[in-house]
Design a protein around this ligand. Structure first.
Ligand code: ING
Length: 313
């Protein structure tokens, strides 16, 4: 019996720095209403879906950004979103800034199904920098406001499938997907906030969208799983964030693609058993991988020239 999961990527347009959580939640509830009309079982919201992308701002005191963090989930302002999703029987991915009771700050996502927070993930690959960088047109201070995730890359059963989560920059690192697909992931979902200019070095604008889709399509294929990428898009306080939200099937093909940089729901009927062919043949890990040759991928962080190469000046 095929396992068809109607999945939605609920792209959100810009969230202004002074926009209330109630406003963001109301927009998300409307996207859930659209998702219900289209028979969705699962909806993926963006990274940091409740607030503007505040790592673009520098504050001497990192506590100055605490009003963008959630200290309880769901807090009273989030309860209407959880209630609407439960009423619609739609599971959802939510990205938000998490501050723990003992004062740790993470760029976090949760998978919610009914009354349950099924799973939590904390962003492992934090891009950008920790100190003010005057060379940049705007800052990208994720290394200032967040700690690297401490939960690894877990997977969970939800809506009849095995699902994992990632966040934004994680999608550029193959290790992200491989760890989850080695645990059986059939669906990997992620939200992103990606400026349309690379503030760390010049890069032609067209490459922002090319790289966005390249990494998710390649990884869907190489790990034989569905990948859903949902953008927070549009002009946020003078900073343009790319759209391009998409649903990608295990072949690597994009089966649904956003066409705006605003609130926009895209959906696809995903047959989870499409992942089986790749997992049982070309990417049958047990049959084909040769881990005896892969050691330094996990044991070495940066580049180290082999001794015979290092000798040349
Ligand atoms: N955003 C960006 C991303 O990985 C980035 C960071 C910007 C990477 C520019 C490379 C170039 O899509 C987040 N939030 O990680």
């Amino acid at each position: 019996m095929s396992r068809i999961l109607n999945i939605g990527a609920a792209q959100m347009g810009p969230i202004a720095p002074d926009e209330s959580r109630a406003s963001a939640v109301a927009r998300m509830i409307d996207l859930l209403r659209q998702a219900k009309e289209r028979g969705c079982h699962l909806v993926v919201f963006p990274e940091l879906a409740l607030t503007t992308f505040f790592p673009r701002y520098y504050d001497d005191d990192i506590g100055g950004m605490d009003h963008h963090f959630e200290t309880e989930m769901p807090g009273p302002e989030l309860r209407p979103l959880f209630d609407a999703a439960k009423a619609a029987d739609i599971a959802f991915y939510l990205g938000y800034a998490e501050k723990t009771a003992d004062g740790h700050r993470y760029n976090t996502s949760i998978l919610v199904d009914g009354d349950r927070i099924v799973g939590k993930y904390r962003k492992v690959h934090l891009p950008g920098h920790a100190e003010y960088d005057a060379k940049r047109p705007f800052q990208h201070l994720e290394k200032r406001y967040f700690e690297p995730g401490d939960l690894g890359f877990p997977v969970w059963r939800c809506k009849g499938g095995i699902m994992g989560m990632a966040i934004c920059n994680d999608r550029r690192w193959p290790e992200t997907y491989r760890v989850m697909s080695l645990k059986g992931a059939e669906v990997i979902m992620l939200g992103y906030n990606t400026p349309d200019v690379n503030t760390s070095a010049f890069e032609p604008n067209h490459l922002r969208m090319f790289h966005n889709h390249l990494v998710m399509q390649a990884s869907a294929y190489q790990n034989s799983c569905f990948v859903i990428g949902t953008a927070k898009a549009g002009m946020e306080d003078g900073c343009m964030l790319i759209g391009g939200s998409c649903i990608i099937q295990p072949s690597g093909e994009i089966v649904a693609l956003a066409s705006t940089v605003a609130d926009e729901l895209i959906t696809s009927a995903c047959d989870l058993d499409l992942a089986r062919m790749g997992k049982e043949t070309v990417f049958n890990f047990a049959k084909h991988r040769r881990v005896e040759h892969y050691g330094i991928i996990a044991s070495q962080t940066g580049v180290e020239l082999p001794p015979d190469l290092a000798a040349e000046d």
